[in-house]
Design a protein around this ligand. Structure first.
Ligand code: SF4
Length: 391
């Protein structure tokens, strides 16, 4: 693989870029998962070494030296498959080689059966200040069906260990629309989750992804999925319940207590700049999008040889980048700022989309005033269809 050497542009000091680090390993592969993740009992030390090498090499880049990262997000996969010492080494390499804003948000994703109090203490001491736990459901029967390698008790224990280890910014991920999931067990899951009082909750509807065991079962008529009405009943329960307990819905799937919106994700939805390290990670800056190889072994080999390993490089035109800003910005309940769109692209959405946008405004699906463009409450359940029309 011969990539042109990466030239990273200088960023304006106003920008708050994010750093994403991908860990492509999980204990087992879930039945619905299409993420870049391979089953492994423990983290691969060579891959970790390669990430650290890459961080050292990029430190010499003069453009990157102007970047002040506001966030780090270690995602996966299951980053906590590595032990605490390994994760601390990774963080140390970031702090020693990159520049950061004051008090960066540093998140790590985890699965309940890969975290212990001792490991979480090490993570906290290493500077990680936000923990995301993939709980998905508290119904053990459904966890088994999803191929998750943990139980409801593991999730409860993990949460309690995280609090004791000093995490005061915790996200819990939950899924609805699961095969055989009833409204009652969804309600129990949400009530149990909220009773823990996490700062942030993410609710995702199961989607059947090509190439997964669930997609095969689905094509054979073997997945007993809830119908649209049942799914609507699940969200109709969850959203007001979360609001009643002080969670602000600030993005289609994201709910947080005041002051705990995920800054890393907000940067994505605002179409900000970010650098992605690791297999399958994506970087985006100055209208350029680069995607690294999905193959951890190849990524490791290239990184150890001091080379980039992106397999896809896309130059976005001003209009394509504008459309992305609109589509991602509409995911946020505050919508997308018209002043920012004009300043960044010199384009007005009404001029650009014309009748297509006007129709959504007339139908009461999109609200546009002189400040912003946003989806209305009516539009949120069908947000994906609307966004697809604006691509
Ligand atoms: S834990 Fe997450 S990333 Fe890992 S296999 Fe399951 S869904 Fe995929």
């Amino acid at each position: 693989m011969e990539n042109a050497p990466l030239i990273i542009p200088a960023l304006h000091e106003r920008e708050q870029p994010g750093l994403y680090i991908h860990i492509p390993y999980c204990r087992t592969k879930c039945q619905y998962c299409s993420f870049i993740s391979y089953p492994r009992n423990a983290g691969n030390p060579d891959y970790l070494q390669a990430l650290i090498q890459r961080i050292h090499d990029l430190a010499g880049d003069s453009g990157l030296q102007t970047w002040r990262f506001a966030t780090i997000f270690i995602g996966g996969g299951t980053p906590t498959i590595y032990d605490g010492n390994a994760l601390a080494l990774l963080l140390r390499a970031c702090f020693a080689n990159f520049k950061f804003t004051e008090r960066p948000e540093i998140t790590i994703e985890s699965n309940p059966n890969t975290i212990s109090f001792a490991k979480l203490r090490q993570c906290r001491a290493a500077g990680i200040n936000r923990l995301s736990i993939g709980v998905q459901t508290f119904a053990n029967r459904l966890l088994g069906l999803l191929g998750r390698s943990h139980s409801d008790r593991d999730a409860l224990k993990a949460f309690s260990a995280a609090r004791r280890a000093g995490f005061n910014n915790i996200n819990l991920d939950f899924m609805y629309g699961l095969p055989g999931q009833t409204l009652t067990n969804w309600q129990q899951t949400i009530k149990t989750g909220v009773a823990l009082e996490p700062e942030h909750l993410s609710l995702y509807e199961l989607s059947i992804e090509k190439g997964t065991p669930f997609a095969r079962a689905y094509s054979q008529g073997l997945l007993n999925l809830p119908n649209e009405e049942q799914i609507m009943a699940m969200t109709d329960f969850a959203y007001p319940f979360l609001a009643k307990h002080g969670y602000i819905r600030y993005e289609i799937s994201s709910f947080a207590k005041e002051g705990f919106f995920c800054r890393h994700n907000l940067n994505y939805w605002r179409n900000g700049s970010y650098l992605g390290l690791g297999a399958g990670a994506v970087s985006c800056f100055s209208g350029l999008r680069l995607t690294n190889t999905n193959d951890p072994a190849l990524y490791t080999k290239m990184a150890m040889a001091g080379r980039d390993s992106y397999t896809d490089s896309e130059n976005l035109t001003n209009e394509a980048s504008f459309r992305e800003s609109v589509i991602m910005g509409l995911r946020m309940l505050d919508g997308v700022s018209l002043a920012r769109l004009r300043a960044r692209y010199g384009i007005n959405p009404q001029d650009y989309y014309g009748a297509r946008l006007q129709l959504f405004i007339d139908q009461g699906m999109i609200n546009m005033d002189n400040k912003s463009l946003k989806l209305t409450a009516r539009a949120l359940p069908v947000a994906n269809q609307i966004l697809a029309e604006l691509v």
